[in-house]
Design a binder for this molecule. Structure first.
Ligand code: ATP
Ligand code: MG
Length: 568
């Protein structure tokens, strides 16, 4: 091997995260016959969020990277909370992120018969028993990490009675909560998960796939490892909270497996983001209580919310790449996510003119009725993107904030006596304004210099400010939805003494109904298209758009000079 190859080899290794390194080592050691099979195991009890995207990118991404496969398995063991609506949305979101499970679509419910058989076998081998205590009693007997638990009075029931009761539990003879099947392991184990964990509970609710076949349903710990085993999963990658479950995971798998094969569980840190919540229970509550418009409300951290907001799959994947995978829990600033979408859209979004808070600008020396077609660059970051026409007329709209009658120092925008450039058009000099009875500016006046038309030598003259504008005559009205953080505090999950709903930001959505957009934007806008509104931010066409009335979501604001100006 040459030196150069060595170096490349080294650099490639360096860029692998700790899970990739572990997988690579297993493959090199020839474990599982050199096979790599991961799985993504969502419970269909809600929509996927950005945290799930981190798991999706790991599970599918690592399979892609090392030539393996990744199963999609719905962990559908609790019919009460689950629904096909969620199954469909999860599939759609994984595809949108750019991953595919091929023909490897599975459901934990497919394994109910096999899991039942295993439970029966364990009962017969004296490894499981039916406990008739309430969940409170069972919890009380659990002990603490430093104190051993107490054996259930039902722990030593005979095998026949256990078998009979388990059968009858499933026939529906007993009420929910009256009985559970527990593994008989060790109430004094230093690992709390070994203190006779519950294997099955009674749920009398039709399952979306198995209907009324079952009245008992396996717990996560009794279903997950075995499902991995049934599918031949080699690496079961999950989040850190499952680390303490790992010995139990292996314990149950060993009831099925011989020495030659046991899926390997590996754990990484879950994603938490500032100013939002990631708990499906809380997200569901926001939806159910109408505190947001739905799972795809653009303020939600869900994949469909981010999609509707204008995020691209690439920006999400870049973000996840950037934050990486570690063994430590923490919270990531949402500004890092925003940075990723800005970076992506900077490269791909057309620049357009839209005036969000319009006020009329009249060029008093411009010929009445004249229209000139100016040329606006589509994207200065992309030399192949071309230009589009933007009509210039005597009456325009500019942003209200771009005019001040009595400005502070260093205000380089529109103010009487000062020159300013109208982007892609002319240099104009402000001459004054007209106000209404309330003192509100109604019209602004200026004069243009015909020699400064964009492209002419006169346009080279230095002026400090450049403003965007649209023609009053040719522009169209549109609605824009300006989003801000959904919560007022950095980490809502941490405020234990408060109801998380009290922490919602009341100003997280501001709707502007009289935005003015240039004709090019009006003509090209299709649902899902993304644009940069110059000097304002990135926007995406919303599904609520109608032909004669477009609706735009603000994906993210631009980091612009205005912010600095306001600070002064
Ligand atoms: P639940 O409370 O319903 O179990 P969950 O968020 O764990 O919620 P699952 O559907 O079980 O939801 O998650 C599927 C996979 O996504 C799991 O492997 C889980 O570890 C992973 N996952 C969930 N939330 C995050 C997160 N915030 N960051 C990274 N991975 C996550
Ligand atoms: Mg879970």
């Amino acid at each position: 091997m040459t030196q150069v190859e060595n170096k490349e080899d080294f650099e490639e290794k360096k860029s692998l995260n700790f899970i990739e390194q572990a997988v690579e080592a297993d493959l090199k050691a020839g474990k599982n016959g050199g096979r790599l099979n991961t799985r993504f195991p969502p419970e269909p009890n809600g929509y996927l969020h950005i945290g799930h995207a981190k798991a999706v990118c790991m599970d599918f991404g690592i399979a892609e990277k090392f030539g393996g496969t990744c199963n999609l398995r719905f962990d559908d063991t609790n019919p009460v909370k689950e629904d096909v609506e969620y199954i469909d949305s999860i599939k759609e979101d994984i595809h949108w992120l750019g991953f595919d499970w091929g023909d490897r679509l599975y459901y934990a419910s497919d394994y109910f018969p096999k899991l039942w058989e295993l439970a029966v076998r364990m009962i017969k081998e004296g490894k499981a028993y039916v406990d008739e205590q309430s969940s409170e009693e069972i919890a009380k007997q659990k002990g603490t990490p430093t104190q051993p638990g107490v054996n259930s009075p039902y722990r030593n029931r005979c095998i026949e009675e256990n078998l009979d009761l388990f059968e009858r539990m499933n026939k529906g003879e007993f009420d929910e909560g009256t009985m559970v099947l527990r593994a008989k392991i060790d109430m004094a184990s230093s690992n709390m998960h070994f203190r006779d964990p519950i294997m099955y509970r009674i749920i009398k609710y039709p399952h979306h796939r198995t209907g009324n076949t079952w009245n008992v349903y396996p717990m996560y710990d009794f279903a997950h490892g075995q499902s991995d085993y049934f599918e031949g999963v080699t690496h079961s990658i999950c989040t850190l909270e499952f680390e303490v479950h790992r010995p139990l995971y292996e314990y149950f798998v060993k009831e099925l497996a011989d020495e030659s094969y046991c899926p390997r569980q590996l754990e990484f840190n879950r994603l938490n983001l500032t100013y939002t919540v990631m708990s499906k229970r809380k997200l569901l509550q926001l939806v159910k209580e109408g505190l947001v418009s739905g799972w795809d409300d653009p303020r939600m951290p869900t994949i469909c919310g981010l999609r509707r907001r204008g995020y691209t799959p690439e920006s999400i994947k870049n973000f996840i790449n950037r934050i990486g995978y570690t063994k430590y829990d923490g919270i990531i600033s949402v500004s890092l996510l925003e940075h990723s979408i800005r970076e992506d859209l900077n490269k791909r979004a057309d620049r357009v003119s839209a005036v969000v808070n319009p006020v009329k600008l009249i060029i008093t020396n411009y010929p009445e009725g004249q229209t000139e077609q100016m040329f606006a660059e589509n994207n200065p970051e992309n030399p192949d993107s071309g230009t589009h026409e933007i009509p210039f007329t005597k009456e325009l709209y500019i942003e209200r904030e771009d005019f001040m009658e009595n400005p502070p120092k260093k205000f380089f925008r529109m103010t009487p006596g000062q020159e300013v450039r109208l982007k892609s058009a002319y240099i104009v000099k402000c001459t004054g304004c007209k106000k209404n009875a309330d003192g509100e500016v109604e019209e602004i006046y200026c004069e243009y210099d015909p020699d400064t038309r964009s492209g002419l030598p006169g346009s080279m003259r230095k002026v400090k400010g450049t403003l965007h504008w649209v023609s009053a005559e040719y522009s169209q009205e549109a609605e824009v939805r300006l989003y801000d953080r959904l919560f007022n505090v950095e980490n809502p999950a941490e405020e234990k003494d408060k109801d998380f709903r009290e922490l919602l930001n009341p100003d997280s959505l501001k709707v502007v109904t009289n935005c003015r957009i240039e004709p090019y934007l009006a003509q090209t806008a299709k649902v899902g298209n993304r644009y940069q509104f110059q000097r304002i931010g990135y926007f995406c066409v919303d599904q609520d758009s109608k032909n004669d009335r477009l609706v735009f979501n603000r994906t993210v604001s631009l980091k612009d000079s205005w912010e600095k100006l306001k600070d002064k």
